[in-house]
Ligand binder design. Sequence first.
Ligand SMILES: Cc1cc2nc3c(=O)[nH]c(=O)nc-3n(C[C@H](O)[C@H](O)[C@H](O)COP(=O)(O)O)c2cc1C
Length: 195
Amino acid sequence: MPYIRETIITTADKRGKVHIAPIGIIAERDGWIIAPFRPSVTLDNLAEVPFAVANYTDDARIFAGCLTGRRDWPTVPVDGFPVPRLAAALAHSVLAVESISDDSVRPRHFCRVVQEETHAPFTGFNRARAAVLELAILVSRLNMLPREKIDAEIAYLSIAIEKTAGPEEKEAWNWLMQKVTEHITAGNDTHSARD
Ligand SMILES: Cc1cc2nc3c(=O)[nH]c(=O)nc-3n(C[C@H](O)[C@H](O)[C@H](O)COP(=O)(O)O)c2cc1C
Protein backbone atom coordinates (compact mmCIF):
# COMPACT_ATOMS: atom_id res chain seq x y z
CA MET A 1 0.00 0.00 0.00
CA PRO A 2 1.23 3.54 -0.71
CA TYR A 3 2.10 6.14 1.91
CA ILE A 4 -0.79 8.54 2.51
CA ARG A 5 -0.80 11.92 4.26
CA GLU A 6 -4.16 13.00 5.69
CA THR A 7 -4.56 16.65 4.73
CA ILE A 8 -7.15 19.34 4.29
CA ILE A 9 -7.16 20.22 0.59
CA THR A 10 -8.14 23.72 -0.46
CA THR A 11 -9.17 24.32 -4.08
CA ALA A 12 -10.96 27.14 -5.90
CA ASP A 13 -13.26 27.45 -8.89
CA LYS A 14 -12.51 29.91 -11.69
CA ARG A 15 -14.56 32.62 -9.96
CA GLY A 16 -12.35 32.21 -6.89
CA LYS A 17 -14.88 30.40 -4.66
CA VAL A 18 -12.83 28.33 -2.22
CA HIS A 19 -13.63 24.74 -1.24
CA ILE A 20 -12.21 22.86 1.76
CA ALA A 21 -12.18 19.04 2.00
CA PRO A 22 -10.27 16.38 3.93
CA ILE A 23 -8.36 14.30 1.38
CA GLY A 24 -5.58 11.76 1.81
CA ILE A 25 -2.80 12.61 -0.64
CA ILE A 26 -0.94 9.58 -1.97
CA ALA A 27 2.86 9.54 -2.31
CA GLU A 28 3.95 8.82 -5.90
CA ARG A 29 7.52 9.21 -7.20
CA ASP A 30 8.59 12.81 -6.47
CA GLY A 31 5.04 14.11 -6.08
CA TRP A 32 1.56 13.46 -4.68
CA ILE A 33 -1.67 12.11 -6.10
CA ILE A 34 -5.03 13.70 -5.31
CA ALA A 35 -7.78 11.14 -6.02
CA PRO A 36 -11.31 12.47 -5.37
CA PHE A 37 -14.23 10.07 -5.77
CA ARG A 38 -16.91 11.27 -8.23
CA PRO A 39 -18.91 13.43 -7.73
CA SER A 40 -16.79 15.97 -5.90
CA VAL A 41 -16.41 19.74 -5.74
CA THR A 42 -12.65 19.21 -5.35
CA LEU A 43 -12.65 17.31 -8.65
CA ASP A 44 -14.66 20.02 -10.44
CA ASN A 45 -12.39 22.75 -9.04
CA LEU A 46 -9.19 20.97 -10.14
CA ALA A 47 -10.62 20.88 -13.69
CA GLU A 48 -11.16 24.66 -13.56
CA VAL A 49 -8.06 25.73 -11.58
CA PRO A 50 -5.33 23.04 -11.62
CA PHE A 51 -3.81 23.93 -8.25
CA ALA A 52 -4.53 22.67 -4.74
CA VAL A 53 -3.08 23.49 -1.36
CA ALA A 54 -2.36 20.55 0.94
CA ASN A 55 -2.82 21.95 4.45
CA TYR A 56 -1.06 20.11 7.26
CA THR A 57 -3.06 20.83 10.40
CA ASP A 58 -3.41 19.26 13.83
CA ASP A 59 -6.83 20.88 14.39
CA ALA A 60 -9.12 17.84 14.51
CA ARG A 61 -12.20 20.09 14.35
CA ILE A 62 -11.47 20.91 10.69
CA PHE A 63 -11.54 17.24 9.67
CA ALA A 64 -14.69 16.63 11.73
CA GLY A 65 -16.26 19.94 10.69
CA CYS A 66 -15.93 19.34 6.95
CA LEU A 67 -17.82 16.04 7.33
CA THR A 68 -20.60 17.60 9.39
CA GLY A 69 -21.47 20.71 7.39
CA ARG A 70 -18.98 23.06 9.08
CA ARG A 71 -16.74 24.02 6.19
CA ASP A 72 -16.31 27.70 6.91
CA TRP A 73 -12.70 27.69 8.20
CA PRO A 74 -10.61 30.86 7.73
CA THR A 75 -8.18 30.93 4.81
CA VAL A 76 -5.19 33.12 3.94
CA PRO A 77 -3.98 33.98 0.39
CA VAL A 78 -0.76 32.32 -0.81
CA ASP A 79 1.35 34.83 -2.73
CA GLY A 80 1.51 34.05 -6.45
CA PHE A 81 -1.06 31.22 -6.45
CA PRO A 82 -4.82 31.16 -7.11
CA VAL A 83 -5.72 28.96 -4.12
CA PRO A 84 -5.50 30.04 -0.45
CA ARG A 85 -4.25 27.99 2.50
CA LEU A 86 -6.00 27.36 5.80
CA ALA A 87 -5.20 29.91 8.50
CA ALA A 88 -4.85 26.93 10.86
CA ALA A 89 -2.23 25.15 8.73
CA LEU A 90 1.00 24.38 10.61
CA ALA A 91 2.53 24.06 7.14
CA HIS A 92 1.30 23.76 3.57
CA SER A 93 2.37 22.57 0.13
CA VAL A 94 1.04 24.17 -3.04
CA LEU A 95 0.38 21.32 -5.50
CA ALA A 96 0.27 21.93 -9.26
CA VAL A 97 -1.64 19.31 -11.26
CA GLU A 98 0.77 17.93 -13.85
CA SER A 99 -1.23 15.05 -15.33
CA ILE A 100 -4.58 13.32 -14.86
CA SER A 101 -5.32 9.62 -15.11
CA ASP A 102 -9.07 9.68 -15.76
CA ASP A 103 -11.37 7.13 -14.19
CA SER A 104 -15.14 6.75 -13.92
CA VAL A 105 -14.92 6.28 -10.12
CA ARG A 106 -11.78 8.04 -8.86
CA PRO A 107 -9.63 10.08 -11.26
CA ARG A 108 -6.01 10.45 -10.11
CA HIS A 109 -4.32 13.85 -10.34
CA PHE A 110 -0.53 13.66 -10.26
CA CYS A 111 0.77 16.84 -8.64
CA ARG A 112 4.14 18.39 -8.06
CA VAL A 113 4.98 20.60 -5.07
CA VAL A 114 5.66 24.12 -6.36
CA GLN A 115 5.79 26.01 -3.05
CA GLU A 116 6.00 25.04 0.62
CA GLU A 117 5.94 26.99 3.85
CA THR A 118 5.84 26.40 7.61
CA HIS A 119 3.68 28.64 9.80
CA ALA A 120 3.64 27.19 13.33
CA PRO A 121 5.40 24.46 15.31
CA PHE A 122 4.13 20.89 15.50
CA THR A 123 3.57 20.31 19.22
CA GLY A 124 3.50 16.52 19.38
CA PHE A 125 1.15 13.60 18.85
CA ASN A 126 -2.15 13.36 20.72
CA ARG A 127 -4.18 10.16 20.77
CA ALA A 128 -7.54 11.94 20.84
CA ARG A 129 -6.68 13.86 17.66
CA ALA A 130 -5.76 10.61 15.96
CA ALA A 131 -9.03 9.07 17.20
CA VAL A 132 -11.05 11.98 15.74
CA LEU A 133 -9.25 11.50 12.42
CA GLU A 134 -10.15 7.78 12.45
CA LEU A 135 -13.77 8.55 13.35
CA ALA A 136 -13.91 11.11 10.51
CA ILE A 137 -12.79 8.44 8.07
CA LEU A 138 -15.38 6.05 9.50
CA VAL A 139 -18.11 8.69 9.14
CA SER A 140 -17.12 9.27 5.49
CA ARG A 141 -17.74 5.51 4.93
CA LEU A 142 -20.82 4.90 7.12
CA ASN A 143 -22.89 3.61 4.22
CA MET A 144 -20.32 0.93 3.45
CA LEU A 145 -19.78 -0.39 6.98
CA PRO A 146 -21.71 -3.04 8.93
CA ARG A 147 -23.14 -1.97 12.29
CA GLU A 148 -20.83 -4.34 14.19
CA LYS A 149 -17.73 -2.71 12.70
CA ILE A 150 -19.01 0.81 13.50
CA ASP A 151 -19.73 -0.14 17.14
CA ALA A 152 -16.37 -1.90 17.61
CA GLU A 153 -14.34 0.99 16.15
CA ILE A 154 -16.16 3.58 18.27
CA ALA A 155 -15.69 1.52 21.43
CA TYR A 156 -11.93 1.38 20.81
CA LEU A 157 -11.47 5.00 19.69
CA SER A 158 -13.48 6.42 22.60
CA ILE A 159 -10.80 5.18 25.03
CA ALA A 160 -8.33 7.70 23.58
CA ILE A 161 -10.98 10.44 23.74
CA GLU A 162 -11.76 9.73 27.42
CA LYS A 163 -8.09 9.60 28.38
CA THR A 164 -6.45 12.34 26.31
CA ALA A 165 -8.94 14.78 24.68
CA GLY A 166 -8.99 18.54 25.23
CA PRO A 167 -12.12 20.64 24.60
CA GLU A 168 -11.49 20.92 20.83
CA GLU A 169 -11.09 17.17 20.36
CA LYS A 170 -14.25 16.55 22.43
CA GLU A 171 -16.18 19.04 20.32
CA ALA A 172 -14.95 17.42 17.08
CA TRP A 173 -15.78 13.94 18.42
CA ASN A 174 -19.31 15.04 19.37
CA TRP A 175 -19.98 16.51 15.90
CA LEU A 176 -19.02 13.20 14.33
CA MET A 177 -20.91 11.08 16.88
CA GLN A 178 -24.06 13.05 16.07
CA LYS A 179 -23.66 11.91 12.43
CA VAL A 180 -23.20 8.31 13.55
CA THR A 181 -26.35 8.52 15.71
CA GLU A 182 -28.35 10.04 12.84
CA HIS A 183 -27.15 7.27 10.54
CA ILE A 184 -28.12 4.53 13.00
CA THR A 185 -31.49 6.00 13.98
CA ALA A 186 -32.37 6.46 10.31
CA GLY A 187 -31.87 2.69 9.97
CA ASN A 188 -29.27 3.14 7.25
CA ASP A 189 -26.72 0.80 8.75
CA THR A 190 -26.19 -2.44 6.90
CA HIS A 191 -26.92 -4.56 10.01
CA SER A 192 -30.45 -3.15 10.36
CA ALA A 193 -30.97 -3.36 6.62
CA ARG A 194 -30.16 -7.06 6.77
CA ASP A 195 -32.43 -7.82 9.76
C1 LIG B 1 -9.01 11.74 6.54
C2 LIG B 1 -9.91 11.72 5.33
C3 LIG B 1 -9.38 11.43 4.07
C4 LIG B 1 -10.21 11.43 2.93
N1 LIG B 1 -9.67 11.17 1.70
C5 LIG B 1 -10.46 11.21 0.60
C6 LIG B 1 -9.92 10.97 -0.70
O1 LIG B 1 -8.73 10.69 -0.88
N2 LIG B 1 -10.77 11.06 -1.76
C7 LIG B 1 -12.09 11.38 -1.60
O2 LIG B 1 -12.82 11.49 -2.59
N3 LIG B 1 -12.63 11.59 -0.39
C8 LIG B 1 -11.85 11.52 0.71
N4 LIG B 1 -12.40 11.73 1.94
C9 LIG B 1 -13.84 12.09 2.04
C10 LIG B 1 -14.01 13.54 1.59
O3 LIG B 1 -13.44 14.44 2.52
C11 LIG B 1 -15.48 13.93 1.43
O4 LIG B 1 -16.17 12.99 0.70
C12 LIG B 1 -15.50 15.26 0.74
O5 LIG B 1 -16.72 15.86 0.95
C13 LIG B 1 -15.10 15.18 -0.73
O6 LIG B 1 -16.06 15.72 -1.57
P1 LIG B 1 -16.02 17.26 -2.03
O7 LIG B 1 -14.76 17.50 -2.81
O8 LIG B 1 -17.26 17.41 -2.86
O9 LIG B 1 -16.08 18.06 -0.76
C14 LIG B 1 -11.60 11.71 3.08
C15 LIG B 1 -12.12 12.00 4.36
C16 LIG B 1 -11.30 11.99 5.47
C17 LIG B 1 -11.88 12.29 6.81
